[in-house]
Write a protein that binds this ligand. Structure first.
Ligand SMILES: [Zn+2]
Length: 112
């Protein structure tokens, strides 16, 4: 084992012990819903509700992403707001249309 690996393992164990202790005592009084990404900027189908103090995941929901085809483009819109409330169908259509407008203006329009 290299010196680097030894140091990494030592602190990973220490981190684990301290987090486990914090989470066992925490009352999870404040939390927030977050979208889970599989890579930066790429959301999965999951939302998790994490404690803002200790970081423990308290709840999770699937079905975060709703896929629509708008003007031939595949548009992904969230099903839940960042505080876990469900978007209505009208709000999701509005979000999908906004995304189409954004991608259209990023391409500089398609000419007239
Ligand atoms: Zn907590």
């Amino acid at each position: 084992m290299s010196e680097e690996q030894r140091i990494r393992e030592k602190y990973a164990k220490l981190l684990n012990v301290e987090l486990t202790e914090l989470r066992s005592k925490c009352e999870h009084e404040s939390s927030e819903w977050l979208g889970v990404m599989w890579a930066p900027g790429h959301f999965t189908d999951y939302l998790v509700k994490n404690c803002t103090r200790c970081g423990q995941t308290l709840e999770q929901k699937a079905g975060f992403i709703d896929v629509k085809i708008v003007n031939g483009e595949v548009i992904q819109t969230p099903i839940f707001t960042s505080n876990g409330k469900k978007y209505s169908e009208e709000e999701r259509i509005h979000l999908a249309n906004l995304k189409v407008q954004q991608s259209f203006s990023q391409k500089g329009g398609k000419g007239t």
